[in-house]
Design a protein around this ligand. Structure first.
Ligand code: SD4
Length: 333
């Protein structure tokens, strides 16, 4: 039985204990939980959105083979696409907003729930790496705009003009009419979202984009938002999204996919169910949304509203691209 003296001793000690705990939890900026130990039944797996994901996967795979962590792998993978000027929707060479400014959104997350993101970031080639610094070196999750740029510079990143001649020409042409129309599967924006699992079953993901081209200045999509463009949980699986960010945000898409997997659905079923949530609530005819997911067993799947979504899969050292099933195909349209 607890007597008055020991009760007093315990309660008097409590504030001291709490403050020590606060100091510790503030220091590493990381969750205290440890990764699920064990091994992935199917070996390492890397998934990413669209055809260009294949090249990104190869780099992620090489990083895993070099002994890098699964977070290193997803960062290395998506960086390749960020630096590619021929890709008009991610990083360098991305199409600008209405004012001609290239603004970038990205996030990164590990299976323990540690995560970081940047949005409305300008002049930095690798937003995903800045997002990782947010995750590892700050107590925050998301930093925007000028603050994100200032933070990036403080972390040693240097400024680069991301508007290529080609993108500038395209923007000037667009400006003549200044019309915004969605274009399914391009929608003038194609994000890379990547999720990966190492041989121990540890998961991570990254998502990076220049967002919707000719967007209103300041517009932020789903890609830097944890739970929308990306969600990872070592106990269940990981999911990422591409397509019209507004539609994904409205349904907390990637979180929803992971939660459906938690309830027992396969990755493919979970992606389909999340697409159905959008189809039931939104006018999906004019826009595309695609989900891509894996579970802790290394099984994977994808589903989109309209046909035309492709995704890259790396397993057993093989890198392949597949087309996803879609809602419209399923209903015979
Ligand atoms: C956005 N979801 O900013 C991103 C872009 C994208 O295919 O995924 N495009 O809305």
């Amino acid at each position: 039985m607890i007597n008055r003296r020991s009760f007093l001793r315990k309660t008097l000690l409590l504030p001291a204990l709490l403050s020590v705990k606060n100091v510790f939890s503030a220091l590493p900026f990381h969750s205290g939980r440890r990764h699920n130990a064990g091994s992935s039944k199917e070996g390492p797996t890397v998934l990413s959105t669209w055809d260009f994901g294949k090249e990104a996967n190869q780099h992620a795979w090489a990083s895993l083979e070099r002994g890098g962590s699964v977070v290193d792998a997803v960062e290395a993978g998506v960086r390749v696409i960020e630096a590619d000027p021929s890709n008009s929707s991610v990083g360098y060479g991305g199409l600008p907003d209405r004012d001609g400014k290239v603004t970038l959104d990205a996030c990164i997350m590990d299976g323990d729930g540690n995560c970081g993101g940047v949005c409305y970031l300008q002049d930095i080639m690798h937003p995903v790496s800045v997002a990782r610094k947010v995750m590892e070196n700050t107590p925050h999750v998301l930093i925007a705009g000028k603050g994100a740029l200032k933070f990036a510079l403080s972390q040693g990143f240097s400024r680069t003009n991301l508007l290529t001649v080609k993108s500038k020409e395209a923007w000037k042409k667009w400006k003549k009419k200044s019309e915004y129309t969605t274009e399914i599967n391009r929608e003038r924006h194609d994000t890379i979202g990547m999720v990966a699992c190492d041989e121990k079953g540890r998961l991570a993901g990254a998502c990076t984009t220049s967002g919707m081209s000719y967007k209103l200045p300041g517009r932020i999509g789903d890609s830097p938002l944890i739970g929308a463009g990306l969600f990872v949980d070592d106990q269940v699986g990981a999911a990422t999204a591409t397509g019209l960010g507004e539609a994904v945000i409205k349904t907390a898409g990637s979180f929803l996919v992971v939660e459906f997997m938690r309830q027992g659905m396969s990755p493919r079923e979970a992606c389909e169910e999340a697409v159905m949530r959008i189809v039931e609530k939104q006018n999906y005819q004019d826009f595309q949304v695609c989900f891509l997911a894996m579970n802790t067993a290394g099984e994977y799947g994808a589903f989109s509203i309209h046909p035309g979504f492709s995704y890259a899969v790396s397993k057993n050292g093989k890198h392949q691209v597949f087309g996803s099933d879609s809602y419209l195909k399923k209903i015979g349209k």
